[in-house]
Design a protein around this ligand. Structure first.
Ligand SMILES: [Cu+2]
Length: 157
């Protein structure tokens, strides 16, 4: 029965296309990195630097690593860590080495890790938003939106 056979092969193609879509969808869902609470402080006019904070959560079974960050708002973005050097706070460039261990959460927050924007092209104004691309060793690129909070914002408020 030619008709039946043709129907079956169309069905098979549809089934394979469906499975392909399903596997793509589950591949995308496999990204175990979730980025939340992305925020910055507003900057004074003429400021050349700004900081971005966020929470990065890895629900996967293997560690990942934040290797770079970019935004059209600044010439350069680096992952920094605040450290005490004697009695003064210093910032160290983490390079491509901010590890996000399996089943854990890394907070980028004041006095710890942060993303430093350098060569800021425009002031960050309170209430505005801007895009940031985070590049992970395993999860690939994750695009996030940073919310700009008041210049005097404190997390303990
Ligand atoms: Cu910094």
């Amino acid at each position: 029965m030619n008709f039946i056979r043709r129907y079956n092969s169309l069905g098979l193609i549809a089934f394979m296309a469906f499975m392909f879509l399903v596997s793509c969808a589950s591949y995308a869902a496999e990204t175990s990195i979730k980025v939340t609470d992305v925020w910055s402080k507003a900057t004074p006019n003429g400021a050349k630097t700004a900081v971005v904070y966020m929470t990065i959560e890895n629900s996967g079974a293997t560690a990942d690593r934040l290797i770079s960050v970019d935004t059209s708002l600044a010439d350069k973005a680096q992952v920094h860590m605040m450290m005490m050097d004697g009695s003064s706070m210093e910032m160290r460039d983490m390079g491509e080495n901010l590890s996000i261990p399996a089943q854990s959460k890394v907070e980028l927050s004041p006095n710890g890790y942060h993303v430093m924007l350098m060569g800021l092209k425009q002031a960050l104004t309170n209430g505005s938003h801007f895009n940031l691309s985070l590049h992970f060793a395993k999860a690939g690129t994750i695009n996030v939106v940073s919310e700009v909070k008041p210049i005097n914002y404190s997390v303990n408020q």
